[in-house]
Ligand binder design. Sequence first.
Ligand code: PLP
Length: 339
Amino acid sequence: MSFCCNDYLNLSQHPKVKRAAIEAIERNGAGSGASRLVTGNHPLHRALERRLAALKNSEDALIFGSGYLANIGLIPALLGPGDAVFIDELAHACMFSGARLSRAEIFVFKHNRVDHAAELAAAHRGRFGRAILATEGVFSMDGDLAPLPELAELCRSFDLWLMTDDAHGIGVVGGGRGSNFAHAKAVDIPIQMGTLSKAVGSYGAYVCGSAALIDLLKSRGRSLVYSTALPPANLAASLAALDIIESDPELVARPVSKAQLFTDRLGLPPARSSIVPILVGSPEAALSRSAELEAQGFLVTAIRPPTVPEGSARLRVTFSAGHPDDQILRLADAIRACS
Ligand SMILES: *Cc1c(COP(=O)(O)O)cnc(C)c1O
């Protein structure tokens, strides 16, 4: 049984989602034919953007080809030389790629350390024009949440745009609406990016924000302008998946409760997302534990540097709605036995 997939709600296999994709192919064909700015635009793009904007409580939204493409298009569209990015050290590789491509100056703050981000902003913010503070809503390799209310406050004090990558938040935390809804009060985040390839079970990504932001990205987001639009099947699958996410709170709550069953069994702090890291240390130890688990019928991938910092190789265990409880308990016991 696999415990390393990001299809947290098993929606990639859901009959309604598959049916929507098949019908879209039959009606519209397999491909989109061109960039959206040429002839690749389809009414399904707009329908999906409206749905996402409503879900995330933002004025508008824009679909990109993938999460990687969204992040490398978004940051350079907003920043250039003379601007700055303050970024969490554990943010996803493609946020760093976007930051580098923008040629803005990059300041890396320690993971989830609002005090360190504040120190860097106090020391450097004044020298730059525009600036973004970039983080993940739910961290992909650690499963913890960014302290968004505190970061939003910091951004207000230092005139920074807060940007979140919610690839692992949408569909899972905040009642399925993502990490900006996973805190005591909804957090106002001007730039919200996320993917449609994890809990949404399809492919592609979105940016949600103000109408002005979305307008700007339509002309300045190079990875949107110069890349072929997503095929209709992916868009239709995402729409069908969002129908399910918005109408089935019990399903949406399940990945985190499954993860908590696992953390309880191991005496770990309660999981806050569908991702639980088991830190091992060396890449060799992580690989050998992963192999031991595989021999017992559990697929749990070893995650090693450079994906995670040196010395923090780990088993990354992810939970989805369909995992049977008895398998989760067996996996926890197997992990305890090999550590
Ligand atoms: C998976 C992931 C991405 C990349 O998304 P793709 O659609 O797979 O390109 C970006 N950011 C985070 C945090 C991710 O986990």
